[in-house]
Design a protein around this ligand. Structure first.
Ligand SMILES: Cc1cc2nc3c(=O)[nH]c(=O)nc-3n(C[C@H](O)[C@H](O)[C@H](O)COP(=O)(O)OP(=O)(O)OC[C@H]3O[C@@H](n4cnc5c(N)ncnc54)[C@H](O)[C@@H]3O)c2cc1C
Length: 432
């Protein structure tokens, strides 16, 4: 079949690769000038800055890693230790830095002051969380929100708000108000896996290398925002903002659903639009810069992840120290990515500011997704939808790949990558 794919994020590209390899003719339309998935990645002093950073746990990003391995990508492990610092009016003070023991790979607290002040409460919090997670997975009531979970279990505040919630903001969204509405289950699965201590993986060559392989041999039209999708008899007509038109047997929409009514025919897709508009999204700024004030004041406290927060946990931000996770940046000037900064970043040190859209999961997402999958099975269906938002778990690369696999199933397309173990090589530059 002749298939158009709208959007070249992870979901669109994975769908394109799978359908192309199944023998279809695929054309990708992307609104941005480059490829959506790596459109924000940039060069810095000859190294690659992946924006946003793509890090993957081998158990939670199974399909993404298998697909990448199938396409010949190699992964390398990164240490994602964290430093937490209090933001005071006039200064910043680091109260927690972590690493793992060489033998046994147990999490440890490095910071002497933090250990003295909070050591026992942090250890107690960790044990309380482990027990609470165990109880949760044994219980029959797993359809609760994160806020309900935390109300049911007492977990030391400094551990929960100071060390766990910042990690969850990193994975989901930085808005503390919405995170309580998330279903607890995918977040607890994530935390359980994280505390088990497997190193997170990144891809050699970064996202651009992966995108090159995903689109190999596929026609991609960049700078071609779709403004119209209309079914005409047995075919689907698509139109771009520039006025070019095309006719396809099937169309896969792989964009966030927030603006979907702008291009889907309002009458033909009225029911789809009503359903899709119920998925929620948030936007935030990712600032790429060289301002070291986002890191702990003492260089010896620097970690890959720097979390900063006030003591009431009302202001918080996280920063990734790129040189510590990207081999091509080792030995170069320090460069950072800060998500939704709440501290002032020197404008002269900003390399770029990127607006990113992220899906928000709440208790209705699972039901909405079920309904969408049912709609996909309706006879004579010609237009389908996928994206990291159309999955029951966290809206990460893995959910985008899983949503592409759902589309593959409808087209009876083979999934030869499923089950492949990632090909991992140590990056010696990172000091492993
Ligand atoms: C700060 C941050 C950090 C993250 N870190 C990680 C991480 O470490 N690991 C991880 O797994 N996930 C991470 N994520 C999440 C991950 O980036 C997303 O889940 C994933 O990229 C979503 O892919 P997608 O294909 O569903 O959507 P998108 O990437 O949003 O792709 C949709 C594409 O459609 C295009 N488009 C929209 N409208 C049109 C139109 N009308 N015509 C043509 N094209 C159109 C857009 O330009 C875009 O390129 C992070 C997210 C954020 C915000």
């Amino acid at each position: 079949m002749d298939i158009a794919i709208i959007g070249s994020g992870m979901a669109g590209l994975a769908t394109a690769r799978i359908l192309k390899d199944a023998g279809h003719t695929v054309t990708i339309f992307e609104a941005l000038s480059g490829r959506g998935m790596d459109s924000h990645s940039i060069q810095f002093e000859g190294g690659i800055i992946d924006a946003p950073l793509r890090v993957m746990n081998p158990h939670l990003w199974k399909n993404t890693l298998s697909l990448a391995t199938h396409l010949g990508m190699t992964m390398f492990p990164v240490r994602t230790y964290m430093a937490c610092s209090w933001l005071f009016e006039d200064r910043t003070e680091t109260w927690l830095t972590t690493s793992r023991t060489r033998i046994g790979n147990f999490p440890i607290i490095n910071n002497r002051k933090g250990l003295k002040q909070y050591g026992w409460r942090l250890v107690k919090g960790m044990l309380q969380l482990k027990t609470a997670i165990q109880q949760f997975f044994k219980s029959e009531q797993q359809e609760i929100t994160l806020a309900e979970f935390i109300n049911q279990h007492h977990i030391e505040e400094v551990f929960w708000h100071g060390a766990v919630m910042p990690v969850l903001y990193t994975v989901c969204t930085c808005n503390p108000k919405t995170i309580g509405d998330w279903p607890a289950k995918p977040l607890l699965v994530f935390l359980r896996q994280l505390t088990d201590g497997d190193a997170l993986l990144r891809m050699q060559g970064g996202t651009p290398a992966f995108v090159d392989r995903l689109i190999d041999g596929i026609d991609i039209r960049s700078g071609a925002a779709i403004t119209g999708v209309e079914q005409q008899g047995e075919q689907v007509h698509v139109e771009t903002a520039q006025g070019s038109q095309g006719v396809f047997d099937r169309v896969i929409v792989a964009t966030p659903t927030s603006n979907i009514e702008e291009f889907l025919h309002p009458e033909q897709f009225a029911e789809d639009i009503a359903l899709l508009k119920q998925f929620r999204f948030e936007q935030g700024d990712l600032v790429i810069h060289t301002d070291t004030t986002v890191m702990p004041p003492r260089r010896k406290d620097w970690s890959v992840l720097s979390y900063m927060m006030d003591r009431k946990f009302t202001r918080q931000q996280f920063t990734v120290w790129m040189n510590a996770v990207e081999p091509s940046l080792v030995g170069k000037n320090p460069v950072f990515q800060t998500w939704r900064p709440v501290t002032d970043i020197d404008p002269k040190k900003i390399i770029s500011t990127v607006k990113l859209t992220r899906a928000v999961v709440d208790s209705s997402t699972v039901a909405l997704n079920k309904e969408l999958q049912q709609r996909h099975r309706m006879p004579d269906r010609k237009v389908f939808f996928c994206g990291s938002w159309s999955c029951d778990g966290l809206p990460i690369l893995e959910s985008a790949v899983t949503s592409a696999m759902n589309i593959a199933e409808i087209f009876n397309a083979p999934l030869p990558f499923v089950g492949l173990k990632p090909h991992i090589e140590i990056a010696p530059q990172l000091g492993y």
